[in-house]
Design a protein around this ligand. Sequence first.
Ligand SMILES: Cc1ncc(COP(=O)(O)O)c(C=O)c1O
Length: 449
Amino acid sequence: MEPFKIKMIEHIQITTKKERIKTLQNCKYNLFNIPSNLVMIDLLTDSGTGAMSDEQWSAIMTGDESYANSKSFENLKKIIHELFNYKFFLPVHQGRAAEAILSSILINKGDLIPSNNHFDTTSANILDRGGTPVNLVADTNIDNSFKGNIDINKLDAFLNNNKERIPYCMVTITNNAGGGQPVSLSNIEDIYNTCKKYNKKLIIDACRFAENSWFIKQREHKYKNWTITNIAKKIFSLSDGATFSAKKDAIVNIGGLLLLNDKDIFENAKNELIIKEGFPTYGGLSGRDINAMAIGLKEGCDEKYLEYRTGQISFLHKKLIDAGIPVISPPGGHAIYIDAGKILPHIPPNQYPAQAFSLECYIEGGIRSVEVGSVMLSFLSPDTNQIIYPKLELVRFAIPRRTYTQSHLLYVIDTIIAVFKRANTIKGIKIIDSPKLLKHFSASFDWIS
Ligand SMILES: Cc1ncc(COP(=O)(O)O)c(C=O)c1O
């Protein structure tokens, strides 16, 4: 059961199928364009969409809005020292700001940045600097508990062959673009040691570090009696820095962090932050946002909360598996990922099967999901001038934290099953217009007739 009760509600506008078909037309078949009041269950993202606690709201009222060295910054500093193992940190307005600052300091044209899977903003920041994101996740067909792991042999060979072109390596926990799958502590240790062998830094994309730590506690025997905080500390001790979007595991609506051990990089990052985000004790956030983040970091590591949160995802996952729907298994921590490539084998990647499936879920039940397939992740490689397509065509149904109840989830399950049952009638999609980077946010689409 949910380990909280509801003190405030937000109304949901119930729409009809006919209205939703019209809405999609008006929105050029891009779910990002739909006005949120016309979405019945919004599973577009778990980022910044969670419900804050009464404690967080109280902390908002006592936020210190001083430009420099606020009390709110001191509150954040305290919890960061308890949780993360880094020497320096900077608040930023969200995760991609940390990525942009780091990329602008460390990446030169022609560089390669390996990871398990880079998320879209991470990729875009690397490409924006003339670098190439490289994904080295272990073979996703192997059924194991840590499908976010990096293939260490591949990483070793890649570092050996491209030493001069790699400023740093990354690992995303949990692996959002690869099904929200966790990375084991032993893999993080191997990644770190492999990086050290080639004298490379390891940066963690730590958006969902608490959920990843929960899976380590559940699935990696050695850590079953460890607290989430201690597991997190151990993870961070095996790296040189982290980018963090607080909109996930710190359960706030806005906020992020850049965490570093290297003093020179930190000093450069601080200058970049002052130019682009703000003074180093607020970094583009208000004091109240920083206060809410400090409390959220603690609440996000609470075991009862993590048990409920991952329980919601596995409930959804089980019901869909029972209905015969191909879903990435085992379930990750924040979302379920439906394999639209498998459900719609008649639609090739350049006709965007996952986009088609997500549009149909909106028509069927007013549910907004997000395509994590060729619209979001394909890109033109500056190295080979060819379009690189992702391995999987997924639709992600991300569950906002502490926001939807069990009966909302049952409605989601019924909707997905109804779309699945009429899969062979679903058509492919074409792109009408799109920007070069981060296509999914603003492209317009239409059905292929
Ligand atoms: C793995 C991962 N990295 C980075 C980001 C970017 O964070 P933000 O949206 O706060 O800029 C996200 C956001 O969804 C993410 O899931």
